[in-house]
Write a protein that binds this ligand. Structure first.
Ligand SMILES: CC(C)(COP(=O)(O)OP(=O)(O)OC[C@H]1O[C@@H](n2cnc3c(N)ncnc32)[C@H](O)[C@@H]1OP(=O)(O)O)[C@@H](O)C(=O)NCCC(=O)NCCS
Length: 394
């Protein structure tokens, strides 16, 4: 058996994240395949050394693969006018779909099946709403209470089980917005965002270069006055939930030798990934369990990882993960989500896993250049967690 190759992350781009709102969402007149086209073509424009026909395969994560997102991996590639010979593979792992796409590509490269891959993720939660077309097996009721399976109720249950207060959850959202705003204003997302033409709330066409949901003036007082979103006596609100979002992200992954041959630079390499299933009624803990198993397998402690991106599906998920890992107690976190998270940036389900890794790599390069290891962690609907470890290339 030949030695494993090294897989490096050469580039990553994303569209801005827009509200998935039929009247206010900036991308309300676009389709999700058009957003994928923007990121695929963005990668080729930024890396002219890479010809589309040289891509071995394209992986694309999408949580809800129906309607406009049915085999969107293939349709978006073809509708972009890209070569028919390049195969595509749609991946579904609910929220970690885009992270699974990265890992599929990285593993293929490391195994020597090809040298150049695109991993991507997309979700348009307006055109393809959460749960659209889903037909749950009725037999699930033998094992789970169906009322506890939707995402909001899992966040409520997690708040109870882990005894995480509403005030602590609001602090996470507050700092997520503050950090995202600071990162945006300082131009830190410029490296990862490709401009997309959309429509503002008045209907005027404009070139979007930033995320729509970030609040410039988050207020703890205002948050404290919001109604619970999922049950009358609950603690989770719209402020402590990631919003319904639309966006796409794509990454260019290569064997290190191919990147060298093409004269492309890179900063991090794939150091391992781990999926882990968990009780779907406490799906937020799937991210923690994936990370824990990955660390154990690598013989590492949580403190050996210098910087984390812990998905903010809900504030409570991030808190449960950082507390269980023992890396933080309350927001603002020292080494977690330094440029904000999904509470402020949005969470287009299948996109987020790719975005988290791209943002992590940019944080490692531009914010924490001393960091050797970075980890991205995603919880997933119905208990599919995923964690992905990246290492600065020496
Ligand atoms: C929580 C949820 C039900 C709220 O949906 P909604 O009622 O349509 O609400 P919106 O997100 O549009 O927000 C409602 C209002 O609250 C406001 N709001 C949200 N966060 C706020 C904050 N931090 N401070 C003040 N106001 C806030 C919004 O701006 C909006 O008002 P606007 O339309 O005037 O701007 C929805 O966002 C949701 O389901 N989120 C979870 C998605 C999910 O499960 N993802 C998968 C995770 S695993």
């Amino acid at each position: 058996m030949a030695e494993l190759k090294e897989c490096v992350l050469v580039d990553g781009v994303r569209t801005p994240n827009a509200r998935a709102h039929p009247a206010k969402g900036w991308f309300r007149n676009l389709r999700p395949d058009e957003l994928l086209t923007a990121v695929y073509l963005g990668l080729f424009e930024r890396n002219p050394q890479v010809k589309p026909e040289d891509v071995e395969a394209v992986f694309c994560g999408t949580a809800n693969q129906t309607g406009m997102q049915n085999d969107i991996a293939r349709f978006a590639w073809l509708a972009s006018g890209l070569p028919v010979e390049v195969p595509t593979n749609g991946i579904n792992q609910q929220c970690p779909s885009g992270m699974a796409a990265m890992e599929h590509a990285a593993r293929a490269i490391m195994c020597g099946e090809g040298d150049i891959y695109i991993a991507s993720g997309v979700e348009d939660m307006m055109n393809v709403g959460m749960g659209m077309g889903m037909d749950f097996p009725p037999r699930l009721v033998e094992y789970f209470n169906p009322a506890e399976l939707p995402m909001g109720p899992t966040a409520e249950k997690l708040s109870e089980v882990e005894n995480i207060s509403r005030a602590d959850q609001e602090l996470v959202a507050y700092h997520s917005h503050l950090r995202a705003k600071a990162a945006r204003d300082e131009g830190k997302f410029n490296e990862e965002i490709v401009a997309v033409t959309g429509h503002d709330e008045e209907g005027n066409e404009f070139v979007c270069t930033m995320d729509q949901w970030i609040r410039d003036d988050p207020s703890l007082e205002q948050m404290a006055g919001m109604n619970p979103a999922f049950k009358p006596d609950g603690v989770v609100t719209a402020a402590t939930s990631s919003p319904l979002t639309t966006g796409a992200c794509a990454a260019l992954l290569m064997s290190r030798e191919k990147a060298e041959e093409l004269g492309l630079s890179y900063y991090v390499k794939y150091a391992g990934g781990q999926m882990h299933g968990w009780d779907p009624t406490l799906m937020g803990l799937s991210a923690y369990n994936a990370a824990k198993k990955l660390l154990e397998r690598k013989g590492m402690k949580a403190s050996d990882v210098d910087v984390y991106e812990v998905h903010e599906a809900f504030s409570v998920v991030t808190l449960a993960c950082v507390r269980n890992l023992g890396i933080a107690e309350n927001a603002p976190f020292d080494n977690v989500n330094l440029w904000g998270g999904a509470l402020a940036l949005g969470h287009p389900l299948g996109e987020s896993g790719t975005r988290l890794v791209i943002t992590l790599a940019n944080v490692m390069k531009n914010e924490r250049p001393d960091a050797k290891f970075g980890m991205a962690m995603m919880c997933g609907g119905f208990g599919n967690g995923n964690a992905s470890l990246w290492e600065k290339v020496e």
